[in-house]
Write a new protein. Structure first.
Length: 109
């Protein structure tokens, strides 16, 4: 048995969770905030038999898309007395960060 912990962007959450539920997977959702952009994300916990791991990964690959965004870099002052300047920087966000962990025991109490 495996525990899949997937960190996905809030934008991908509806499609990913709907697809997982449609395929019969039970999920636990934990809300979070990403560190760099401080945007909402979702951590999905899914317990599956080993044989189901490829199917779950395929669902995430299909529903969690990486995309480019532009953010303003930290402003800097080129010379004393001048206003601070900031420039847009392209960053790639989205996709899914997935951890597949072995489960030694599972108990429902």
């Amino acid at each position: 048995m495996k525990l899949i912990a997937a960190i996905i962007q809030q934008e991908d959450a509806n499609e990913a969770t709907a697809e997982l539920l449609q395929n019969g997977y039970k999920i636990t959702k934990l809300r979070g905030i990403g560190g760099f952009l401080e945007e909402g994300n979702l951590v999905l916990l899914i317990g599956v038999e080993d044989a189901h791991v490829p199917k779950v990964l395929q669902i995430f690959q299909k529903t969690c898309v990486a995309r480019d965004r532009y953010i303003n870099a930290l402003p800097f002052v080129p010379m004393e007395g001048m206003p601070p300047l900031s420039f847009p920087v392209k960053v790639t966000v989205g996709g899914a960060k997935i951890f597949v962990l072995p489960v030694e025991e599972f108990h429902m109490l």
